[in-house]
Design a protein around this ligand. Structure first.
Ligand code: FE2
Ligand code: FE2
Length: 306
């Protein structure tokens, strides 16, 4: 048994300088990069509402949340860099479509209620997905996730609180909240990925201690968490098959449309083109800053050498 295999078997952490199989390294780079891309692309749908938040308090909360997501992207790109890949390569892979980001951010935010709903459902699903990653076998990723998860739990609470205010507001506000939940519910369930029967890399990721629970297990956990929260909100979930199974102690739910998930992942969701175009424009607009920083750094080196 190699030192890598025995470390995994003992549940020890793998650190950047440790020997690791190339496939493990490549899998982590792909997963952490995809996660980092999701954090920064995820700033767009909510960022669109910063100027239109209904009060100064809501604006300050939303601004802080969107900034948090930028921070999450930063921790994760830094974690990926410990595996020997340059951040510029990862940006390039995002902008050219070679690497993906979470399908959920390809849906539009049509009303203010979408912001609360994203906090409640999307950040809620992110927490369920990400808490097990705090125990993932790769040290820098696991440590980054601890801080991210703490912030995600604030995100979920602010979303819930915002939605609760709307649900208990005027009939028009209540209807707006219900409409947002109706639109975001199924895409949120898709955030857990394809069903276990169609998840080819899962077994290996599980053996390597990167993945701790299957997609379907986490999806069920999410449903069980949010159904009682929807009751408190006074909002319904758009699934006629939702019912509590006494025997399993869990909520049964209807079939998820994985064809839609595949379509969105393939680039055919409602906002894929817009999200990438926005990101490319940001990259182009920032080119002069990176160039100035590079020239300044080179000058510092020259002065140091003189
Ligand atoms: Fe985040
Ligand atoms: Fe978040």
């Amino acid at each position: 048994m190699t030192s890598f295999e025995s470390a995994i078997a003992e549940g020890a952490r793998i650190e950047p300088r440790d020997a690791m199989p190339e496939d493990y390294r490549a899998t982590l780079i792909r997963q952490i990069a995809q996660h980092a891309h999701s954090e920064i692309i995820g700033m767009q749908p909510e960022g669109a509402w910063i100027t239109r938040a209904p009060s100064l308090r809501r604006k300050a909360i939303l601004l802080a949340k969107v900034q948090d997501e930028a921070g999450h992207g930063l921790y994760l790109y830094a974690a990926a860099e410990t595996l020997g890949v340059a951040r510029s390569e990862l940006y390039d892979a995002l902008l050219t479509g070679r690497q993906k980001y979470s399908s959920i951010f390809n849906y539009p935010t049509l009303t203010w209620a979408d912001v609360g709903t994203i906090g409640w459902l999307v950040d809620g699903a992110a927490i369920v997905n990400q808490v097990p990653l705090c125990r993932c076998s790769y040290g820098p990723y696991a440590r980054g996730m601890v801080r991210i998860c703490k912030e995600e739990s604030f995100h979920q609470r602010q979303g819930f609180e915002s939605l609760l205010a709307l649900s208990n507001g005027t009939p028009g506000q209540h209807a707006m909240a219900q409409d947002a939940v109706n639109r975001w519910w199924w895409p949120s369930l898709m955030m857990f990925g394809p069903p276990d029967t169609d998840s080819p890399h899962s077994a290996r990721s599980t053996a390597w201690g990167i993945k701790r629970f299957s997609n379907d297990t986490l999806r069920q956990r999410f449903v069980d968490m949010v159904v009682p929260q929807a009751e408190v909100l006074g909002l319904s979930l758009p699934d006629p098959d939702l019912r509590f199974d006494e025997g399993r102690g869990s909520w049964d739910f209807g079939p998820v449309d994985f064809t839609e998930l595949r379509e969105v992942v393939a680039g055919n969701g409602p906002c894929n083109a817009e999200r990438l175009a926005h990101r490319r424009a940001a990259e182009d607009d920032g080119a002069w800053v990176r160039e100035a920083a590079r020239v300044h750094a080179a000058k510092q080196v020259r002065r140091g050498a003189a």
